[in-house]
Design a protein around this ligand. Structure first.
Ligand code: PHE
Length: 340
């Protein structure tokens, strides 16, 4: 009987069943009514009483070993069986909505990428600025209306005020102060102006401004750079025109219009019948501005330009209300899903 128990134990240990049927067969063979272990229990009755204790323990061990082995094999088979059932490798994957970039980001990157191709670096600076970088170094006379409380959000208005930048020209000042010459940068960023919110104005918007300073930089270079930009952004057939303008930090200054890409100059309601769309301000950097940042204005000259990203995006997609860009209405944002 002892050998029988030992050999059954060894058999149970090395038992391998792959299907529920095989497991059931093994169970019947070992633990069924006429199973080998059941039979051993019957035989146990004939064991002399002084050996009963020893054999009793052995038999119980054997029975537990058989039951737990069968249980373990059963759950193993069920596990693989159930995962097989729920894992159809031929099933097409679930499509997760990818989301989309914000139209302002799409246009910002497009503008920056165009200038990057022209050899411009990207420069960034703080949104909370001081009076020097936003106004003083940019040749704003103290009485200039842009310093007025109506336009600027002041944080502290002590001698050197702390304020929210009203344009990213402040980044250009920082670049002129610290970068080696020549400088060729674009400055994308968020700007703040204390304006009543309407379809055409917002107190927060985004700009990309540019600056190029080297020896012998001329107005013709600026015109060429802006024309190339306009053709990349609005199409190869685009034309530009410049109208005289005024900025404290540039002299001469101009506003740039691009030929309307909707009606191609014929006149439509987007260009209000003129055939032209205003896209940016620009000009030759005023010598006072160069000197304020420690650049020798007799040796160096440069041009600067600045545009509103929302405005360019409005022209690109004919968005009529600027507020759409800030309200995070998914119905609006989803229209740009394909523009990833
Ligand atoms: N800083 C000007 C603005 O915010 C734009 C500009 C930049 C104009 C550079 C001329 C040259 O409106």
């Amino acid at each position: 009987m002892k050998e029988k128990i030992e050999s059954l134990l060894a058999e149970i240990e090395s038992l391998v069943c792959k299907t529920e049927n095989e497991i059931e067969e093994a169970r019947v063979r070992l633990l069924g009514k006429k199973g080998e272990i059941t039979r051993l229990f019957e035989e146990f009755r004939t064991v002399p009483s002084e050996q009963k204790r020893e054999f009793g323990q052995k038999l119980n061990q054997l029975k537990t070993a058989a039951a737990s082995k069968i249980e373990a094999m059963r759950s193993a088979v069920q596990e693989t069986g159930s995962s097989k059932a729920s894992f159809d490798l031929t099933k097409p994957g679930d499509a997760y909505p990818l989301g989309s970039r914000h139209p302002v980001s799409i246009v910002r990157e497009e503008i920056v990428e165009i200038f990057r191709k022209f050899g411009y670096d990207v420069a960034e600076g703080p949104e909370i600025e001081d009076d020097w970088h936003v106004f003083e170094a940019l040749n704003f006379p103290p009485e200039h209306p842009a310093r007025d409380m109506q336009d600027t959000f002041f944080i502290s208005s002590s001698a050197n005020s702390i304020l929210l930048r009203t344009h990213t020209s402040s980044v250009q000042v920082r670049a002129m102060e610290k970068l080696p010459l020549p400088i060729r940068i674009v400055c994308p960023g968020r700007v703040f102006r204390n304006e009543a919110i309407s379809a055409r104005a917002h107190c927060i918007f985004h700009q990309v401004e540019g600056l190029y300073i080297d020896e012998n930089v001329t107005f013709a270079d600026m015109k060429q750079a802006i024309l190339l930009f306009a053709r990349e952004m609005f199409g190869a057939g685009s034309q530009i025109r410049m109208r005289p303008s005024y900025f404290p930090f540039t002299e001469p200054s101009a506003e740039v219009d691009v030929s309307c890409n909707i009606c191609h100059g014929k006149g439509c309601n987007i260009c209000k019948g003129t055939g032209w769309l205003e896209i940016m301000g620009c000009g030759m950097v005023d010598p006072n501005v160069l000197e304020a940042s420690g650049i020798d204005s007799r040796k160096y000259s440069g041009f600067a330009f600045g545009m509103g990203i929302e405005r360019i995006a409005m022209l690109k997609w004919q968005v009529r209300d600027l507020r759409n860009y800030f309200e995070n209405d998914l119905r609006f944002l989803r229209e740009f899903e394909t523009s990833l």
